[in-house]
Design a protein around this ligand. Structure first.
Ligand code: MG
Length: 383
């Protein structure tokens, strides 16, 4: 029985993690869980799961929790939520909290010597230079939950020491892959939130449409697999069946295929080194289907190159880029700026940044705060 601490239980990945755990009650138990502010959903999850410890990071939302199972010790506030990430009885911590805030939970889990099942992208995008050496020092594994990184891991035989010549990350292309540059000027948040193949949270769905998310995934792959940027490439694959590929020295390319569901990477991160049954993911070869690949349209979607170039420059720059992206996407969702302004806000913010070596979480928090401030100014100027 693996004991799991779940951070971000009310979001899309958190809810699917709970489904996976419920489908394998002999294998998994959630012993502690945390969420941000969605107290109603969190309260009903507590009654389903009855964890030993639970926390809501938002103290005022925590005050609204009125009924609790007898088994559950509940607290409110950020410190209380951080304690979930280092909960003593947990073997593995799944960090599914969204945004820069996820980094501190990942650091707490690694510092506590827990295996980290990582769904939060910002942990590596912003803090990769700090997180990877810390995990190595602590001897704790980082198990990828993002579908692309899970696919690469599987293609490497789940062995991070397997030599490879290239990582090929697939991209669905998001909601606007078939639009031209002029049409992109007038797309609405409602249009952007209709992802063709994946059902995810709002932020990542917009990041898929801009391809910023694909740039993030290149940076994550760089850190997770110690891969030079020159050895990572992204390719458009609209069916989202090949989740990523690895090319080897002799030209052989190995791919991981399944119907798109996040439950597979979530479950594998939790069950590794075992594989457990999962209904509905295996491909049906009695039906006709095809797999298409094409180069990314990088001029139409400049966020991809912006993100990868930030990754190449390194230091605190990806952290500033991420903060600007979070502000810009929120502004687009509130219809304060156009879709095509998202790239412009990020570009303007990073142009004014001084690049520093990543030294500490406190430093990144300061970079994040300053970049948000300057992104807000760019948004106000554009709206
Ligand atoms: Mg992904």
């Amino acid at each position: 029985m693996k004991k799991i601490a779940l951070i971000g239980s009310t979001g899309s990945i958190g809810r699917q993690t709970i489904e996976v755990v419920k489908e394998h009650p002999e294998e998994f138990e959630i012993v502690a869980m945390a969420a941000g502010s969605s107290w109603e959903r969190f309260q009903s999850q507590l009654w389903q799961i009855k964890p030993r410890y639970a926390a809501l990071a938002d103290s005022s939302a925590a005050e609204k929790i009125t009924s609790l199972p007898a088994e559950t010790h509940f607290c409110g506030g950020e410190e209380a939520a951080l304690a979930v990430a280092s909960f003593e009885q947990a073997d593995i911590v799944l960090v599914a909290a969204g945004g820069f805030a996820g980094l501190k939970y990942s650091l707490a889990a690694i510092n506590a010597g827990k295996a980290l099942a990582l769904a939060n992208k910002e942990t590596l995008v912003c803090g990769g230079d700090m997180v990877m050496p810390l995990a190595k020092k602590q001897g704790t594994p980082i198990l990828p939950v993002d579908s692309e990184h899970s696919a690469i891991w599987q293609c490497l035989g789940c062995d991070l020491n397997t030599p490879f010549s290239r990582l090929i990350i697939t991209a669905s292309g998001g909601a606007f892959r078939s639009l031209d540059a002029a049409q992109l000027e007038n797309v609405t948040p409602q249009m952007a939130l209709k992802h063709p193949t994946w059902n995810m949270g709002a932020k990542i769905t917009i990041d898929s449409a801009t391809l910023l998310n694909k740039g993030f995934e290149v940076i994550e792959a760089h850190h997770l697999y110690s891969a030079d940027y020159g050895k990572i490439t992204a390719v458009l694959h609209p069916q989202s069946i090949v989740h990523s590929m690895v090319e080897f020295a002799d030209g052989a390319t190995i791919a991981q295929l399944s119907y798109p569901t996040m439950k597979l990477p979530i479950q594998l991160a939790l069950s590794y080194p075992d594989r457990l049954p999962l209904f509905g993911t295996a491909l049906d070869f009695d039906k006709i289907f095809s797999l298409d690949f094409a180069p990314l349209e990088r001029e139409k979607f400049p966020c991809f190159d912006i993100a990868v170039n930030c990754g190449r420059e390194g230091g605190t720059l990806p952290c500033a880029m991420n903060a600007a992206g979070e502000v810009a996407v929120r502004a687009f969702l509130k219809e304060r700026i156009k879709f095509t302004h998202i790239a412009r806000v990020i570009e303007q913010v990073i142009a004014s940044q001084t690049r520093e070596r990543v030294e500490s979480y406190a430093q990144l928090e300061e970079v994040d705060r300053r970049a948000r401030f300057s992104a807000e100014k760019c948004v106000s100027a554009l709206s």
